[in-house]
Design a protein around this ligand. Structure first.
Ligand code: PEP
Length: 255
């Protein structure tokens, strides 16, 4: 099955509102003709509405980097709901990024709740999974990622799988400059697809887009995109600069 690639940029806790707008507009002018893939950026919360407004009419989509696990609104100081992200102009939201799991103790159970909240709000969640270096060295990478997928999607039904995106991001490759080899990434992506197939059926599994994340750069993106089960990239550091990120968007020119 042909799956339209997604190239997504996670801006993490970088950029003021003005800097976010400048980068977003620069990216817009560099990628206006990128019809071969979906382009997505995830600015900080404070910049979402302004960036979304300034990108109106462009094909770049906006994602939140996280959302609350609770209700659409309520007494949850410091939280931002999926509905509020949608209201600010987001179409997507990153859920369960390893930095959330690592620094804010996000468990698979919490991730499962957030996925439901995102879907209820009409957002497309990007479910992030990936093992740590210690887990890989201990031979547990497959088991860890399998349980992240199964537990994270435990409240979902097969039709829900048509409205989510997955991202395999080995923790040891994020921000380290040490990307996974395309072979390792492909074998983990194939595993994720087979786990989804077993639980939700082959149609859901075949259409599911699974992004690779971890030190993606213009000079390695093509090697990942050549793999059968890699359907795009979730890019951190290299997405902060519009020129660099646009080279990743046009991955087919980077061979
Ligand atoms: C990320 O933050 O999801 C990521 C993959 O970061 P980097 O590209 O910097 O490794």
């Amino acid at each position: 099955m042909k799956r339209k690639p997604i190239i997504a940029g996670n801006w993490k806790m970088f950029k003021t509102v003005a800097q976010s707008v400048t980068t977003a507009l620069d990216l817009k002018s560099r990628t206006y003709n990128a019809n071969h893939c979906e382009v997505l950026i995830a600015p900080v919360f404070t910049a979402l509405k302004t960036v979304a407004d300034r990108l109106e009419g462009s094909q770049i989509r906006i994602a939140g980097q996280n959302c609350a696990a609770e209700a659409a609104e309520g007494a949850f100081t410091g939280e931002i709901s999926a509905e509020m992200l949608a209201d600010a102009g987001c179409t997507h939201v990153i859920i369960g990024h390893s930095e959330r799991r690592q620094y804010y103790n996000e468990t698979n159970a919490l991730v499962a709740k957030k996925l439901v909240r995102a879907l209820t709000a009409g957002l497309i969640p990007i479910l992030c999974v990936g093992e740590t270096l210690a887990e890989r060295d201990a031979g547990q990478a497959e088991a860890v990622v399998t349980s992240q997928v199964l537990e994270g999607t435990r409240s979902l039904t097969a039709p829900d799988l048509f409205r989510i995106v997955a991202a395999y991001e080995p923790v040891w490759a994020i921000g380290t400059g040490r990307a996974a080899t395309p072979e390792i990434a492909q074998s983990m992506h194939r595993l994720i697809r087979s786990v989804v197939q077993e639980k939700f059926g082959s149609e859901a599994a075949q259409q599911l887009r699974i992004l690779y994340g971890g030190s993606v750069k213009p000079d390695n993106i093509a090697s990942f995109m050549n793999e059968a089960d890699i359907d795009g990239a979730l890019v951190g550091g290299a997405s902060l600069d519009a020129e660099t990120f646009s080279k990743i968007v046009f991955f087919h020119n980077q061979n």
